[in-house]
Design a protein around this ligand. Structure first.
Ligand code: GLA
Length: 698
């Protein structure tokens, strides 16, 4: 059983972790424990009853509430803040009841009620036992007659064991430089990470990991979490003046408001969090397993090798140019040919066309079907790029519906990449996009859609909003999920890719709709190594689309470029005509190798052996779930002096089984490969992919 009710409250247990909460003497729902699973449900400590410190510091301020409201003398950054119809602006939540649902994913619901107003808040705790994760979200219900204005409502507050001295790991970046891993000490005060851009953003990712300062990939305690949401989000790590540390996560309250009418409910997105007693690597693998087993529409099916024409032909697409590329791609073993931007009505550059999602009559006088038929005849499936949420002012759609974009009526409409954002919170916009993309998918044999989103929001107005205009931040994302979800339901076989100028829409929410994510527009392989390391903190390799393009210096061998991309879902994006026959033949060999190992990369466990952020010599390893096979990738960028490369210690093998590692004579035990390691020789800008195979047992 995963949920226990005892005299002290509730205990949630996963395969290796325990999480306890309960009511303290003051009747507050407080946190009791989060860490390694204990022997018995009675082992978990009781709810704490802190003492007041001074007239400036009440007991409530030191109480680790599970879901603090803005109320009384708490002074903690709250999870929820509302204004009631009479102007009262605090929330005094007290325990009302608890419910438990058993099943594959047991759930505990704690129902809290305001002491004076008809506001009910339900805290949901779902146990993902096998993945060592707990999912939390909250629901607010207005049980009265008058509206309530919600000004902040986060998904969860997660408490660390009492103490400070913790270290926060997070991901930061910008366009073409996403997902840089940062680690920094947490000190008294608030550390805020957020998006205010209406999408997840290149700049920060809704993910955190907190350790005691010395955890590494294999050891140390790590508490980690992420939010399943593709819009404005916020993470606040708070170290109090009383040596306690907590982190809260949810919808960003910046410029947020929600009018909760009589009888209505507001549901937050889910946050997922876990505890690892074996470092950052185990934490990542928990997320990888969750994503593949529970979020992705197509689960852990291996991904096809794709070719994408963007970097080769840019906007200059037509049947002839695409078929020429498709022929060469098919010869190399590519399985899916994706035509990127430039194919639709009036799209000669980024100045026009967005919104008019039908084939351009000049470039494709007979439509897309002849091209698709030729791609299919070459043995490949066909995929297409769209950017549904956007419109160029120079388009039929904008001329017909200038009021459909997000805007303030008295302000200029700031363009980004010459485009404005359709307000997908509007039902008429949703209807238009569903019909238009549905028609494309119904009329053509399209197996794959790349869904792009190439700017951040400005002038976030919704003049004829039915409620508070500030609801746009949430309703936009709900609208996006509705459009995408409807299309997915109508065309379940289609594989979707989430792209937002690279990796600005990479989150656990979008992975319920998209199977793949374009991690970055930066395809330079040495830069990509670091981006991929950051990406792998949360997302499994199968979701990480990675193309071999023409970006990168001439001295980077083709094999290095391929090895980097083989660490994810391999694609090719170079100009194949310019590659020449010899390079294409070499690429064909590398694609064949990838097809032989991709099930391990996509479906296995990932171990980051040496960080490309910290070292010019880096390595990553994948091991099949049954531990019978694996693959090791190692990369040397530039080390400006003669170097003996340090040993690589493999991970994840069965210590008692015997394995062969390609390039090394004889089988050795898994323990030997992991404890004594192996030594590689690589020149500058050299790389290697070595298969690891369990030797036949006697
Ligand atoms: C974005 C994407 C690219 C490409 C272009 C097309 O930048 O990230 O991969 O699709 O748009 O305009």
């Amino acid at each position: 059983m995963s949920i226990h009710t005892t005299d002290q409250g509730w205990v949630l247990e996963t395969a290796t972790t325990g999480y306890a909460l309960g009511l303290n003497a003051a009747g507050l729902l407080t946190h009791r424990y989060w860490g390694r699973r204990l022997t018995s449900p009675d082992d978990y400590p009781p709810a704490p009853n802190p003492l007041a410190w001074a007239s400036f510091n009440s007991a409530a301020q030191s109480t680790p509430e599970e879901y603090p409201g803005y109320a009384g003398e708490t002074f903690i950054d709250p999870c929820i803040k509302v204004t009631f119809a009479d102007g009262v602006r605090d929330v005094v939540l007290r325990f009302e009841s608890a419910e438990q649902r058993d099943g594959d994913q047991p759930e505990l619901r704690i129902i809290l009620r305001d002491t004076a107003y008809p506001l009910r808040v339900t805290l949901h705790y779902r146990v993902h036992h096998a993945h060592d994760l707990i999912e939390r979200w909250a629901t607010a219900t207005n049980e009265g007659d008058a509206p309530i204005s919600i000004e902040r409502m986060l998904s969860a507050e997660w408490h660390l064991p009492p103490g400070s001295g913790y270290r926060l790991s997070h991901l930061t970046g910008r366009w073409a430089d996403e997902m840089n891993l940062r680690r920094e000490p947490l000190v008294q005060g608030l550390k805020v990470l957020e998006s205010r851009r209406i999408n997840t953003s290149h700049h920060h990712s809704p993910w955190f990991a907190i350790d005691r300062g010395a955890a590494d990939e294999d050891s140390g305690q790590v508490w980690f979490g992420a939010l399943a949401w593709s819009g404005n989000w916020k993470i606040v790590a708070e170290v109090t003046d009383f040596d306690t540390t907590r982190v809260k996560i949810g919808l960003n309250d910046w410029d947020f408001a929600w009018r909760l009418g009589a009888g209505e409910q507001f549901v937050t997105p889910s946050s997922f969090a876990g505890y690892s007693d074996a470092g950052f690597g185990k934490a990542s693998r928990s997320f990888h397993d969750l994503v593949r087993a529970q979020l992705l529409p197509h689960g852990d099916a291996v991904r096809q090798v794709l070719y994408n024409s963007w970097e080769a032909t840019l906007f200059d697409v037509d049947e002839r140019s695409q078929v020429e590329l498709a022929r060469l791609a098919a010869e190399m073993g590519v399985e899916l040919f994706v035509m990127d931007d430039g194919w639709f009505h009036g799209r000669t550059s980024d100045r026009a066309g967005l919104g008019d999602w039908w084939p351009d009559a000049v470039k494709f006088p007979s439509g897309l079907s002849p091209l698709i038929a030729q791609v299919n005849a070459l043995g490949m499936q066909f995929g297409l790029w769209v950017e549904p949420e956007m419109v160029n002012p120079d388009s039929e759609l904008y001329r017909a519906h200038p009021d459909w974009v997000i805007h303030f009526p008295t302000r200029a409409r700031t363009e980004g990449r010459n485009q404005l954002i359709l307000n997908v919170a509007r039902q008429d916009v949703q209807g238009y996009l569903i019909d238009t993309i549905d028609r494309l998918l119904t009329e053509h044999n399209i197996a794959f859609i790349k869904w792009d989103m190439n700017r951040s929001v400005s002038e976030p107005g919704w003049p004829d909003a039915p409620g508070d205009q500030r609801e746009i931040w949430v309703r936009y994302v709900q609208g996006l999920y509705h459009i995408w979800g409807t299309l997915r339901a109508r065309h379940p076989q289609v594989i979707w890719q989430s792209c937002s100028g690279g990796g600005a829409r990479a989150d656990l929410g979008i992975l319920r709709l998209a199977d793949q994510i374009w991690a970055s527009d930066n395809t330079e392989p040495t830069a990509r190594l670091q981006i991929q390391e950051g990406f792998s903190q949360v997302f499994p390799a199968s979701t990480m689309e990675s193309w071999v393009t023409d970006m990168g210096p001439e001295y980077l061998p083709l094999s290095f470029r391929f090895h980097v991309s083989m660490c994810g879902s391999l694609g090719v994006g170079g100009h194949l005509v310019h590659w020449g026959a010899a390079r294409r033949a070499e690429a064909a060999g590398l694609i064949a190798l990838y097809k032989a190992i991709r099930h391990i990369v996509h479906q296995g466990d990932m171990y980051r052996l040496r960080s490309p952020h910290d070292h010019a010599f880096s390595a990553v390893q994948y091991v099949s779930k049954d531990k019978a096979e694996g693959v090791l990738f190692a990369f040397r960028t530039h080390i400006p002096r003669p170097a003996n490369l340090p040993p690589i210690y493999l991970r994840g093998l069965d210590p008692d089984a015997r394995y062969e590692v390609e390039g090394f004579a004889g089988a050795r035990s898994g323990r030997a490969w992991m404890e004594a390691g192996l030594t590689l020789e690589l020149a500058d800008f050299g790389s290697t992919a070595r298969r690891i195979t369990e030797a036949l047992r006697d």
